[in-house]
Design a protein around this ligand. Structure first.
Ligand code: NDP
Length: 318
């Protein structure tokens, strides 16, 4: 196994990781960033991004991520393709193993591994992803204004996104697999009182229809067995997210869903020198701009940490 030592290791390459990289490299922290299995993160499977400030005409998700990567490279970030497969945060410097064959010790670690949307797992859902199928109403709802859409899920996210879509779309079908919703009472009340949301209980999605774009949805009532086609052009999946934090669970405090807990108003985790930003620690906002904001915070927190450690070491020498 090869090995090296770095000042700052950044794990993950979405808006949080690249923003952390821009700030860390401009602060002479010589960061090394590992991109992980999906370089660029969730935005690379989105088409148009219209809500990221600074792009008045909108931008394609993959292009924006390439821009962020280029910006991080310009200031000297060492960006590498590879996946951190194991970590050991039990002593300082922290240890990370990349692709099971390269060991890195790091004075500071910034975790920006993001989260992945859960999908139903239908082949047609994958095939039409980004062409009418979306896991983010706030990102993509605007493209369906005035149209009929469906959303699957019955938690707070689905209820919130159904309400968001109801303000834009002509009609929103909400597909609930059981005979009741999981969402909080207040959120349930909101969707039930919206005149253009129709809730279909005991309903499963069988197939997303359409060749190039979504043209309908085949659904089935699990009680009666009746199948029907919903005439929709958009299909939103809101059945939860999973933070990509499994490799850290032996060391970092997390909530019950696996989101990393950080100290209020900072990106500090329970381990000194380890910082978390982006969707790996945020199950509320989950936006590119908020991820970028916390990426900036993580780099500033890491820089302060490194300065403090350096000062303590100098005091020990003198
Ligand atoms: P949840 O895990 O709470 O809900 C997921 C929903 O998706 C459930 O209703 C579940 O159904 C349904 N589901 C799961 N798999 C399938 C499937 N294969 N087919 C159909 N339906 C499926 O996730 P959320 O993202 O909604 O929320 C995550 C956390 O974030 C929660 O704690 C929530 O309260 C919180 N949150 C809070 C908000 C707020 O306070 N404003 C806003 C958004 C989220 P079933 O019920 O049958 O299991």
């Amino acid at each position: 196994m090869t090995s090296e030592h770095v000042k700052c290791l950044i794990i993950g390459s979405g808006p949080a990781g690249y923003t952390a990289a821009i700030y860390a490299s401009r602060a002479n922290m010589n960061p090394v960033l590992y991109q992980g299995p999906q370089p660029g993160g969730q935005l690379t499977i989105t088409n148009d991004v219209e809500n990221f400030p600074g792009y008045p005409a909108g931008v394609q998700g993959p292009i924006m991520m390439q821009d962020l990567e280029n910006q991080a490279r310009r200031f000297g970030t060492d960006i590498r393709y590879g996946m951190v497969t194991r970590v050991d945060f039990s002593s300082h410097p922290h240890r990370a193993i990349v692709d099971d064959k390269h060991e890195i010790t790091a004075d500071s670690v910034i975790i920006s591994t993001g989260a992945s949307a859960k999908w139903l797992g239908l082949p047609s859902e994958m095939r039409l992803n980004g062409r009418g199928v979306s896991a983010c109403a706030v990102c993509d709802g605007f493209f369906f204004r005035g149209q009929d859409v469906a959303i699957v899920g019955a938690g707070d996210t689905a209820a919130e996104e159904a309400s968001y879509l109801a303000n834009l779309c002509r009609k929103v079908y909400m597909l609930v697999r059981r005979d009741e919703m999981r969402a909080s009472k207040v959120m349930q009340q909101r969707v039930k009182s919206a005149p253009n949301i129709e809730i279909l209980y005991n309903t499963e999605t069988q197939e997303v229809l359409g060749d190039e774009e979504v043209s309908g949805l085949l659904v089935k009532n699990t009680v009666t067995g009746e199948e029907r086609v919903l005439d929709v052009t958009g299909f939103f999946v809101a059945i939860g997210h999973k933070p990509n934090t499994d490799i850290f669970k032996d060391y970092l405090d997390m909530d019950e869903s696996g989101y990393i807990l950080t100290e209020k108003g900072s990106t500090r985790t329970n381990i000194p020198g380890v910082f978390a930003c982006g969707d790996a620690q945020d199950n509320i906002y989950r936006q590119a701009i908020t991820a970028a904001g916390t990426g900036c915070m993580a780099a500033l927190d890491a820089e302060r940490y490194l300065v403090t450690v350096e000062m303590q070491e100098q005091q020990l020498v003198h």
